[in-house]
Design a protein around this ligand. Structure first.
Ligand code: DGY
Length: 335
């Protein structure tokens, strides 16, 4: 398609310029450059007639979107590894290639999860707020005591790329690593990372730190429920850099307030960008605005991979990170 014309494409938010330049060189690009996410009505209007779109986790790609786009839509390239905003089955039914950006943000997101563990355990954000408040203080043996990270037990829920990268960091802190996943990795991975499998309930009971790295699906919604929070140690720290709805936020706010667990570090929220008022009121919750992959290098790598996916699909090559390979195979068969 690319060789013949400059196909029209939509990019729903400003991305690093290098990636936009690559798209503009090959396509007729419409860029939504407003503040914040593109409003839904604008998204549906702008996608009409496009051959491809680069979308974000804030854009819902569903039947309504696909209807608005029209049958010429070839590819939706999400600039995120998570794709719970995309109805992949609907894309597949209509022969639309759906893509994401795995791999390039693994280490950066694992860094963020580790940073949240440290910040929540050692009360870093709370200490910062305290110093800035101007309150009188002097060093004291019982002042703002936290939890040790080194030599503690880390439970990783979801042992894919990011979960494993976190486990690798934990080894540097002499932590014991437990994990839970529906898929067990090969024995060499367990050995290399010194990670032991547990069922979820045992992991929650044994861990000093629990870090969540599962995709959001109907099965993982509220995976960390009130009942499961109650299984955790009162000294435990819960970290989430995956998707907000994996944790029941109301139950977590209650658990933090009651001291059922020690602290939480959250990058993502159930009704993002809204944050549960109960969490805002908890000094023992470290809250950051979905920054897991937010470094200059990684955001460029994500945008580049999204552009690779878009441009490949538009020049009849297999996109490097394809979520529905069956669409590609069907195309190859129909010539
Ligand atoms: C993703 O890629 O899914 C993150 O949530 C944003 O980097």
């Amino acid at each position: 398609m690319l060789g013949r014309t400059r196909p029209p494409v939509l990019v729903t938010r400003r991305l690093p310029q290098e990636a936009l330049d690559r798209i503009v060189a090959r396509c007729e690009m419409t860029l939504y450059d407003g503040d914040g996410a593109i409003p839904r009505d604008r998204l549906l209007a702008e996608v009409a007639g496009k051959a491809g779109a680069i979308t974000l986790l804030t854009d819902r790609v569903d039947n309504e979107f696909l209807d608005a786009a029209g049958p010429q839509l070839t590819v939706v390239a999400n600039c995120a590894v998570g794709f719970d905003n995309i109805d992949v089955q609907a894309c597949t039914r209509r022969g639309v290639l759906a893509c994401n950006t795995p791999g390039v943000l693994t280490e950066t997101t694992a860094d963020a999860a580790f940073a949240l563990m440290m910040a929540a355990a050692r009360r870093i954000a709370e200490g910062d707020r305290f110093v800035r408040s101007g309150a009188a203080w002097i060093w004291g043996p019982l002042m703002m005591l936290g939890q040790d990270v080194h030599h503690a037990t880390l439970g990783v829920v979801g042992f894919g790329r990011i979960g494993q990268a976190l486990a690798r960091r934990a080894r540097g802190f002499s932590m014991r690593v437990l994990y839970h996943d529906i898929d067990r990795p090969p024995a060499e991975v367990e050995r290399e990372l010194g990670a032991e499998y547990r069922d979820l309930e045992d992991l929650l009971r044994e861990s000093d730190f629990v870090s969540v790295h599962v995709s959001l699906t109907p099965q993982t919604r509220h995976l960390i429920s009130a009942g499961r929070l109650a299984m955790m140690k009162p000294t435990a720290v819960l970290v989430n850099t995956s998707r907000g709805p994996v944790i029941d936020e109301q139950a977590l706010a209650w658990a933090l307030k009651q001291g059922q667990i020690f602290a939480a570090g959250l990058d993502v929220f159930e009704r993002e960008p809204e944050v549960h008022p109960g969490l805002l009121a908890c000094g023992n919750a470290v809250l950051i605005p979905h920054l897991g992959s937010a470094t200059i290098k990684t955001r460029l790598a994500m945008a580049d991979l999204a552009a690779d996916n878009l441009l490949a699909a538009l020049q009849d090559s297999r996109p490097p990170a394809l979520l529905n390979p069956e669409v590609w195979e069907r195309r190859a068969l129909s010539g």
